[in-house]
Design a protein around this ligand. Structure first.
Ligand code: HEM
Length: 275
């Protein structure tokens, strides 16, 4: 509704107003950070993305059409912040629910981790020697299907695709959900099954239909960071804790709590027992 009638919806009462107000609050926080960066920046030694953006916007200050202006800096930082936090933390939360639901899988991962890296600090180098763990993490992402409609795109010009013409300005909603749960591409699409990513010798096996980060030029820019976070955090957690819940595995409900733009996992109380 908002996409079609933004001006009208903005004036209607409802919880969307709380969301808009919260976004304004975060924008205020980002603006404060930018101001702090301006006051403490050394242009010969940029510390981060904000410093680098400010240096470029200073270089282009006399170009009226520059993209490097304050509004774009706020929006880009906000994008990184919003796109980079909820996605990864919800995936980790969902992984913990799955570990509780399937204790044998949790145990097998811990056994693999203990045998291969023991208590040493995990790094991305370890991923290829932990095929079962890697397969489980891929399967967590496939099964959660966190952004089922990806982000909307639109055609900049007429596009000819497989005999169809997509006219300029058409809004395109790529259904990642249809690929992640496609019956022809996955043996048991509606079941949590790490074997989707293992060959008959239990080596890790890629599947081109694994695309929770979307595909193409505008695929998720945070993909490698997200993959690192998922691997390193989950391996570290399993090195140190075993996850369970008071009611036992059967009480874990894996269907999303909220499902629209994102499939968000349910909240549940979990017990992390030190190993
Ligand atoms: C499990 C973690 C994540 C998943 C599943 C995920 C998924 C996605 C998807 C499906 C898109 C839409 C791509 C498209 O338009 O075709 C996207 C875009 C984006 N993601 Fe992620 N993401 C994750 C983590 C992150 C992280 C950690 C960051 C940054 C720190 C990030 C930053 C972004 C940004 C900035 C975009 C917009 C890219 C553009 O429009 O060019 N994401 N992500």
């Amino acid at each position: 509704m908002y996409n079609v009638f933004p001006r009208i919806v903005e004036h209607l009462p409802g919880s969307h107003n709380t969301a808009f107000a919260l976004i304004e609050e975060i924008k205020g926080f980002v603006s404060m950070q930018i101001q702090e960066h301006k006051e403490t920046m050394d242009p010969s030694s940029p510390r981060d993305f904000i410093d680098s953006f400010l240096i470029r916007s200073n270089q282009e200050k006399d170009i009226p059409s520059t993209e490097f202006h304050h509004e774009n800096l706020v929006s880009t930082v906000l994008n990184l912040f919003l796109a980079g936090t909820e996605t990864t933390s919800s995936t980790i939360r969902y992984a913990l629910s799955l570990f509780i639901k399937y204790p044998d899988i949790q145990e097998k991962m811990q056994h693999e981790i203990d045998t291969v890296i023991g208590q040493s600090c995990p790094s991305m180098e370890n991923r290829k020697s932990l095929p079962f763990t890697d397969a489980v993490i891929h399967e967590v992402q496939r099964f959660l299907d966190i952004v089922p409609f990806s982000l909307p795109h639109y055609a900049l010009h007429d596009i000819s695709f497989r005999g169809y013409t997509i006219p300029k300005d058409t809004v395109i909603i790529p259904l990642l959900h249809s690929v992640l749960k496609e019956e022809k591409h996955w043996e048991t699409p509606w079941t949590f099954n790490p074997k989707h990513f293992l060959d008959q010798n239990d080596n890790f096996k890629k599947n081109p239909s694994f695309m929770p980060f979307s595909a193409g030029k505008r695929a998720c820019v945070g993909e490698s960071l997200a993959r690192m976070e998922l691997f390193i955090f989950l391996v570290s957690l399993l090195q140190n804790f075993t996850f369970s819940c008071t009611g036992g595995p059967d009480t874990i409900n894996l269907s999303p709590e909220f499902s629209s733009f994102g499939n968000l996992p349910r909240s549940s109380e979990i017990i992390a027992t030190p190993r």
